[in-house]
Every structure is written in structure tokens, then in C-alpha cells.
Design a protein around this ligand. Structure first.
Ligand SMILES: [Zn+2]
Length: 402
């Protein structure tokens, strides 16, 4: 690995990376409306000299450098969440303003900065005529903010695009991450019996059952245990919505719905979480209920409909895994200090790549997780430069380690 050349080129392309990020931010792209942003990224990948630049069925963009037998992929989701209350933004959310070493706008940290650094890394690898053991792929994926991992479940299961290793470029403040808690959404439907509100004793109120159910879930949340090594921390369950219906406002309601957000630590999965909810409700004396995981079913911008249940499995890889070690080595070699190795609080496409399909993933990205989904989102141009160098170095280091 030519450390000096990689660092020189990342520096030389510092403004190019920042400018690309600014241009990407200027074209809004929310989940299901990424078409124009993807077209811009396609042009950027082609101009950077990448090969095989193409779209998959859901409209995610793929590009490659190198011809090796094994596949290493760098992934950036390129949709963003909405802007929220526009009056809270000091500069317009899609300004892409570059000022004082920062790039401003929705997606600057989550996670268009990662995408911009990937393009620069592709350009660097191309200019260095990388021809090692790996095909280095760059994926710019869609729909992540609505349904994390769906784009990758599709790539792996439908397009049979199966990498050996993956790097998520979601924001890590240039730390090295090796996992995060999983999550799922849970819907509970409860039936009661309606009657006239003047004589509630004739009915069976779905509202009171829903209240008992909610309190039972509060208790369940307190009882959830942390993972054995404490790396990912404790799972959680929270009631996020309660709806109650009946024949009129002068009646005992006969239907209730509770919606829950469940975060899953190591060792917890969908079956366990649903069984816990059923058990908690039964113990609280709630009857006549069903518990299920709803589905995501929004068509992609290409018109393709690919559904999945709202389940996002927990994942982590060991600290001594070859991918983590290669990442640590690449960072240490480039910057003469060891990186912080940690985990994300939020969820990423890793839920499909590693959680469902057991393909090893690490995370390394410019920008801060705390910037995600917040007004006045920014990222540091220093981080963009560091990430571009790290991505260009990793294939060489992996080859040395693996
Ligand atoms: Zn993200």
C-alpha cells in the first residue's frame, strides 16, 4: 500500500469531494424519489473512471474498480429523510453551502458525505491502477430511510450480488464500527365488545385492555436484559401509538391497536420479541388479541415493488475479525494512531448484509451520527478527506491480512 500517494491524492481531491457532496445535496432525494440524484451519481462515477456503472431493479447504483476474484463493497444509502420544520434551518436544507471547512444541508452527514468520499476513493484506486485480489464495488442504495436493508436484501436475494465483505459509510465520526442493535416494529390488535356508554358493564372495553397492555409493555421494557458482553447494550420496547375505536363517542370501544418500536440486542430476534409481548399481555389479563410484524410495501422510484416485514436483525462481528483488523491497520498506517472501535446507536443497511446474510460488515464514515435527521445538518471536509483515504487503503490492507 502506497500510503504517501493515497494521502496525497485524498488531499489533492479534498475540494473535489466537497464540491461533489454539495452537488449531491442540491438535488433532493427522499426514499422512493431518488431518481434524479441517482442520475447525478451515475455521471460522477463515470467521470471518476469507474467501470460497470449500472442500476439494479430498485434503482440502486453500482460501480466497480478492479478485477479481482473477491468482492469488497462500500455502501452509501443516498436517500435522506425529509427536512422537518423549514423555519428551523439557518441555511436552506438543500443549499449545499461550502463554508469554513463544512458542507451544509440535509444528508451532509446522513449520509451523502460517505457517498462523496466513495467516489473520490474510486477515482484514487483507478488512478493507482488497483488490480489486487478484490473487485472493489461502490453501491449507492435507495429506500434506506424508509426500510433499512431492503435494498441489500434485494441485491443479495434477487440480483444475486453477494460481496465477501462490506463497509457501510454511514456517519461514524471516522471511527470504526462493528455492529449495532437490530429493530422491529410490532402491531398489537385487541378486540373488545361494544355496548351503550350509559351501561358500560354490558360491554368489554378495548380501551381498558389497551391501557393494561401498554403498562404491561412498560414493565417488559424494564425487565429486558443487556447482552452478555455489554457491547450493544440492552434491547428496548416502547409503545409508539395507541388507537381505539368504537361505534360512537357514547359507546364502549370494541377495537384497539398498539404500535411498538422494539430494539433488539445480541441474542434477541423477532420470534422471541413477539412471544415476550404475547406473554406480557396474557399475564396482564388481556385477552382477544393478535400480535404481528407489519410489512413495508412502497414501490421504488423504478416502479418495482419489493416487500419485506419490518424486521431488521441485530448484527456485530468480533473485534478480532479480519475485516476489523484490516480496518484498524489501514487507519493506523494512514494516520499513525489507532482508530476508536465502537458501534452505532441507530440502524443501517448492515441489518440485511450482516444481520440477515452473515456477510461481514464494518462501518466507517464521515460526519456525526448526532447530525442525522436534525435541522442544520453539516459535515466536516476534513472527515471527507480522511474517509476517502481510508476507503482507498482498505482493499490493500485486506489483501495483506486475509
Ligand atoms: Zn443513514
Amino acid at each position: 500500500m502506497d500510503k504517501k500517494l493515497i494521502l496525497e491524492k485524498a488531499k489533492q481531491y479534498r475540494d473535489y469531494t466537497a464540491k461533489n457532496l454539495s452537488e449531491i445535496i442540491k438535488i433532493p432525494g427522499f426514499s422512493t424519489t431518488e431518481k434524479e440524484r441517482v442520475a447525478l451519481l451515475k455521471k460522477m462515477c463515470e467521470e471518476a473512471g469507474m467501470e460497470d456503472v449500472h442500476l439494479d431493479g430498485l434503482g440502486s447504483l453500482l460501480a466497480r474498480v478492479g478485477n479481482g476474484k473477491k468482492k469488497l463493497v462500500f455502501d452509501a444509502h443516498i436517500d435522506t429523510v425529509g427536512v422537518g420544520d423549514p423555519s428551523q434551518w439557518k441555511t436552506p436544507p438543500h443549499s449545499g453551502l461550502i463554508k469554513d471547512g463544512l458542507v451544509y444541508g440535509r444528508g451532509a452527514s446522513d449520509q451523502l458525505g460517505g457517498a462523496a468520499s466513495m467516489i473520490t476513493a474510486g477515482r484514487i484506486l483507478k488512478e493507482m491502477a488497483y488490480n489486487g485480489d478484490y473487485q472493489v464495488w461502490f453501491s449507492f442504495t435507495v429506500l434506506e430511510e424508509d426500510c433499512d436493508g431492503l435494498c441489500w436484501k434485494y441485491l443479495i436475494e434477487e440480483e444475486k450480488f453477494i460481496p465477501d465483505f462490506a463497509v457501510s459509510t454511514e456517519p461514524t465520526s471516522c471511527r470504526l464500527y462493528r455492529g449495532h442493535r437490530g429493530r422491529m416494529e410490532i402491531q398489537i390488535d385487541i378486540k373488545g365488545v361494544s355496548c351503550h356508554g350509559s351501561a358500560p358493564e354490558r360491554g368489554d372495553s378495548a380501551a381498558y385492555k389497551a391501557a393494561r397492555a401498554a403498562l404491561a409493555l412498560e414493565k417488559l421494557n424494564a425487565e429486558l436484559q443487556p447482552d452478555d458482553d455489554g457491547f450493544l447494550g440492552k434491547g428496548t420496547i416502547v409503545v409508539s401509538q395507541i388507537k381505539v375505536h368504537g361505534p360512537s363517542q357514547c359507546a364502549v370501544p370494541d377495537q384497539a391497536m398498539l404500535y411498538c418500536d422494539r430494539r433488539l440486542t445480541w441474542g434477541e430476534d423477532d420470534k422471541l420479541a413477539i412471544a415476550q409481548v404475547e406473554d406480557a399481555l396474557r399475564k396482564a389479563g388481556v385477552d382477544n388479541f393478535t400480535v404481528h410484524m407489519p410489512e413495508y410495501s412502497q414501490p421504488a422510484y423504478t416502479g418495482k415493488l419489493y416487500k419485506q416485514e419490518l424486521y431488521f436483525p441485530t448484527w456485530k462481528i468480533p473485534a478480532d475479525h479480519v475485516l476489523v483488523k484490516s480496518g484498524v491497520e489501514a487507519y493506523s498506517e494512514l494516520f499513525s494512531k489507532a482508530p476508536v472501535v465502537d458501534k452505532w446507536t441507530f440502524s443501517t443497511n448492515g441489518v440485511a448484509i450482516c444481520g440477515r446474510h452473515k456477510i461481514p460488515v464494518i462501518g466507517f464514515g464521515p460526519g456525526d451520527e448526532a447530525q442525522a435527521h436534525a435541522p442544520n445538518e453539516i459535515t466536516r471536509i476534513d472527515d471527507l478527506e480522511i474517509a476517502a483515504a481510508f476507503y482507498a487503503a482498505l482493499p490493500y490492507m485486506l489483501e495483506k491480512q486475509a
